[in-house]
Design a protein around this ligand. Structure first.
Ligand code: AOF
Ligand code: ZN
Length: 370
């Protein structure tokens, strides 16, 4: 592999990024076709059921004979909703394919690469695989662990206080942090919360185009495939008139299996009964249902209690804390996620990233695995 190869794969990753808001449940993949040192075609994954990145790039190029394809994920070999991309590349006369990452999807994994090799195409796999992995984290999580990646978002003051349970209407952080969260929502396929946040905050959990600080094309892609919402309400105590149930997005309403429903929710609400467990719903059963629905990136915007319960069940993969440079003292609730009574029970997290967002700080943390 050459420096040129890295340059084109870096471009393919950039192109892939364009599909991040709309490709789910498919992974957002990028493809760049290069001939004689020049890009002749580019493409990224279209919304589910639409073209994969390679087919888009081939269409863009028109004639790709003799070209090298740089693809961030192994070209598929299966007849799914679309035809196999490895076949399309072979038919187009592409002579070399450089791949970022092998596709863990059992329908593909390795078959795309061998199909290409068998047809006499020169294949290299693993270039900038770490970047591809990072970009496709949610999809890979679902394929490899049977559950999407779970990100918990929390907001607090410098002295670890939170205005209210979840805080949508009580944001203590500034507009840039709010825009950052909107982008996080856009990149998620479902936003999960608990009954407490619905009752106290009447949170909407929707994507708001006017709060997104993105290009016009990106906003268009984000709003075309907005995230679903999910509410955990074991005893169905939330009012059917809550904003989270309005028809601006689809909502999954999880409740206890034996709880009778006497309320009339709008048609955009799908009720799902799951077994009870611990203090509320069996959280593993909830995530199994979300997996059935192919959710790659799951964003939790709840109060600290639900966040803590998920953490204790080992169901949190990433925590984002937005911390405002403000002291709220005893006027506000502490951000208490876990009811621990002993220092020996404390939970350690690894700090992956810390950055300033406007006047606020954003911490990216990952629970340590024992
Ligand atoms: C590619 N290029 O751009 C993407 C791929 O349901 P389908 O037919 O759209 O297939 C979805 C699967 O294809 C998905 O689970 C993943 O394994 C692969 N995604 N493959 O060659 C792409 N997005
Ligand atoms: Zn494909």
């Amino acid at each position: 592999m050459t420096v040129e190869d890295s340059r084109w794969m870096a471009r393919a990753l950039q192109v892939a990024h364009k599909g991040q808001f709309w490709a789910a449940p498919n992974p957002h993949v990028g493809c760049v076709l290069v001939r004689d040192g020049e890009i002749i075609g580019e493409g990224f994954t279209q919304p589910a059921g639409g073209n994969h990145a390679e087919v888009e790039a081939l269409k863009d190029a028109g004639n790709a004979s003799g070209a090298t394809a740089y693809v961030t994920l192994e070209p598929c070999a299966h007849h799914g909703r679309t035809g196999p991309c490895s076949e399309a590349l072979i038919e187009a006369g592409v002579t070399r394919v450089v791949v970022g990452l092998e596709d863990p999807n059992p329908a593909v994994s390795g078959k795309g690469l061998s199909r290409l090799t068998d047809a006499g195409v020169q294949v290299t796999c693993g270039l900038m695989a770490d970047q591809a992995r990072e970009m496709l984290a949610g999809f890979l999580w679902r394929m490899e662990r049977g559950r999407g990646r779970v990100t918990v978002k929390l907001a607090s003051s410098l002295d670890g206080r939170t205005a209210m349970a979840s805080g949508e209407s009580h944001w203590i952080t500034g507009a840039p942090a709010r825009a950052d969260v909107q982008q996080l929502r856009a990149a998620s396929s479902v936003i999960l919360t608990g009954s407490g946040s619905v009752i106290t905050d009447d949170c909407r959990l929707t994507l708001r185009a006017d709060e997104l600080t993105l290009s016009g094309a990106e906003v268009e892609r984000a709003t075309r495939c907005p995230p679903q919402r999910a509410v955990l309400d074991s005893r169905l105590i939330t009012p059917a008139s809550a904003q989270v149930y309005d028809d601006s997005a689809a909502t999954l309403l999880f409740h206890g299996a034996d709880v009778a429903c006497t309320k009339h929710y709008p048609d955009s609400v799908e009720r799902i009964a799951v077994p009870l467990g611990g203090e509320g719903l069996d959280l593993h059963a909830v995530f199994a249902e979300l997996n059935e629905r192919q959710h790659n990136e799951i964003l939790v915007e709840s109060g600290p209690r639900l966040a803590g319960a998920l953490l204790q069940e080992g169901l949190v993969d990433r925590i984002l804390v937005y911390m405002a440079p403000v002291l709220m003292g005893s006027a506000a609730n502490p951000l208490m996620m876990l009811p621990l009574d002993d220092m020996s029970q404390r939970v350690h997290l690894d700090t992956v990233d810390v950055r300033r967002v406007g006047q606020d700080w954003r911490f990216t943390l990952v629970p340590q695995v024992e």
